[in-house]
Design a protein. Structure first.
Length: 394
C-alpha cells in the first residue's frame, strides 16, 4: 500500500490534479480570459460605434440573446455527443469572436459579432460545467469552486492586461494578442479534457421542464448572484471612466480587482465549504457581497470603487459554484436537468440584467444602480438554506 507513496511527491499531486481536472480547468481559464478581455474593450467599442449607454445596453442584450439561444442547443449536443467534444468544438468557435468584435465597423456588424461572442461563450460554459461535474464524479471530490476559480483567474488576466495593452499598443494589437493567448490555452488543454459518454436518456427530459419548485428556487439564487457579477463586468469600467474620471488603465482594474479576489477565494472555496458547510458559506458570502456592492455605490473616488468590487468578489466568489453544485445534486432529479435550470436562470441574469442596467443608468447614473444591487443578496440570504444540497456529491 505504501509503495507508490514512499519517496514520491508526484503521486499525491497526480491524485489531486489528474489530467482531466487540469484540462477542464484550462477550459474555464480560457473562457474567463475571453470574457475578462471584453471588459476593458467596452469604452472603446462604445466610442467607435458612437453608442449611448442605452444603445450599448442593446449590444450587451444581443450578447445575452446569443448566449441563451446557444445554451440549450449546446445542452442537447452534450446529451448526444458528450461534454468533451462539445466543449472543444465550442472553444474553437469562441477563440476568434473578440477579433470580430474589434473589427466591427458599424452597429450591425457589432451586434452580429456580439451575438456570436455571447452564443459560443455561453454554450461553452454549459459544456465545461458539465465536464467538471463528470470530473467530480470520477474523482469523488468537489472541484467546482476551483474550476470557477480558474474562470475568475482568466477574467483577471484578461481584464488586468487588457486596459494596459489597449492604451499602449492599440485595439487591434490587443485583439490579436488575446486571440493568440486563448488559442494557446485551448491547445494545451486539448489532450487532457475528460472523454465522457453521451447521455441520450437526458435528451428527452431537457424538453420537459421540472415541475418541482426546488430547481427553480436554486436557479433564482444563481440568478441573483450573477446579476451583480455581470453588472461589474459590463459597466464597472464605464462607471469609473465616465462618473469618476478614471483613466483607461485604471478603469480596467474595476473588473480585474473583482476577478482577483474571486479567483483567490474560489481556490479556497472547496476547503471552506468542507469546513463551514455550504449553507454557512453562502450566508457569510452574501453579507460580504452586500458590504462590497454598497461601498462601490457610495464611493467618492475610483480607488474606493475598486476596493468595494474586490470585497464583493470575495463574497460572490463561492455563491455561484455552491448554487451549481446544489443544482446538480438535488434528490430525485437528474443532474443535467438541475444544472440546465440553474445555468439558464443564472446566466440570464448575468447577460440580460446588465442591458437593462444600461437603460436605467442613462437616467440615474451607475452609482445608484450599484447601490441597489445589494437587495438581491438579501433574497439570497433568505433562500440560503437550499445550499445544503451542495454538501453531497453523487
Amino acid at each position: 500500500m505504501d509503495g507508490p507513496i514512499r519517496g514520491s511527491v508526484a503521486s499525491p499531486l497526480a491524485g489531486l490534479f489528474p489530467k482531466p481536472r487540469i484540462g477542464v480547468s484550462l477550459l474555464f481559464l480560457m473562457n474567463g480570459f475571453m470574457i475578462g478581455s471584453w471588459a476593458p474593450k467596452i469604452p472603446e467599442f462604445a466610442t467607435r460605434l458612437a453608442l449611448t449607454e442605452g444603445q450599448l445596453g442593446l449590444m450587451i442584450l444581443t450578447f445575452g440573446i446569443g448566449s441563451l439561444v446557444m445554451m440549450p442547443l449546446g445542452g442537447a449536443q452534450i446529451a448526444r455527443h458528450g461534454s468533451m467534444l462539445v466543449a472543444k468544438v465550442l472553444a474553437i468557435c469562441l477563440v476568434p469572436t473578440l477579433l470580430f468584435v474589434s473589427l466591427a465597423g458599424n452597429a450591425w456588424l457589432g451586434a452580429a459579432s456580439m451575438f456570436l461572442f455571447g452564443g459560443f461563450a455561453g454554450a461553452m460554459d454549459v459544456a465545461m460545467n458539465a465536464n467538471a461535474v463528470e470530473v467530480e464524479k470520477s474523482m469523488r471530490r468537489s472541484i467546482m469552486s476551483s474550476c470557477h476559480a480558474f474562470w475568475s483567474l482568466g477574467g483577471l488576466i484578461g481584464a488586468g492586461i487588457g486596459g494596459f495593452v489597449i492604451a499602449h499598443a492599440g485595439v487591434m494589437t490587443h485583439a490579436f494578442l488575446l486571440t493568440a493567448l486563448a488559442a494557446a490555452m485551448l491547445a494545451i488543454a486539448w489532450p487532457m479534457v475528460l472523454k465522457d459518454q453521451p447521455h441520450p436518456d437526458e435528451d428527452k427530459p431537457k424538453a420537459k421542464l421540472p415541475m418541482t419548485p426546488l430547481p427553480w428556487l436554486i436557479g433564482i439564487v444563481a440568478l441573483f448572484c450573477m446579476v451583480p457579477e455581470g453588472s461589474i463586468l459590463d459597466w464597472g469600467a464605464l462607471y469609473l471612466r465616465k462618473e469618476l474620471g478614471a483613466s483607461v488603465t485604471l478603469s480596467g482594474f474595476a473588473y480585474a480587482a473583482f476577478s482577483l479576489t474571486m479567483a483567490i477565494m474560489r481556490f479556497a472555496g472547496d476547503l471552506l465549504r468542507d469546513r463551514l458547510g455550504a449553507v454557512r458559506t453562502m450566508r457569510i458570502s452574501a453579507v460580504l457581497a452586500i458590504i462590497g456592492m454598497t461601498m462601490a455605490g457610495l464611493a467618492p473616488n475610483a480607488a474606493t470603487v475598486i476596493i468595494g468590487f474586490a470585497i464583493a468578489g470575495i463574497g460572490i466568489s463561492n455563491m455561484v459554484p455552491i448554487a451549481f453544485s446544489a443544482a446538480g445534486n438535488m434528490p430525485g432529479l437528474a443532474p443535467g436537468v438541475g444544472i440546465s435550470v440553474a445555468t439558464f436562470l443564472g446566466y440570464s441574469g448575468m447577460l440580460f440584467a446588465p442591458s437593462l442596467i444600461g437603460f436605467v443608468a442613462e437616467h440615474t447614473g451607475f452609482a445608484v444602480v450599484f447601490l441597489a444591487l445589494p437587495v438581491l443578496f438579501i433574497v439570497v440570504l433568505i433562500l440560503s438554506n437550499l445550499a445544503r444540497h451542495a454538501d453531497s456529491i453523487k
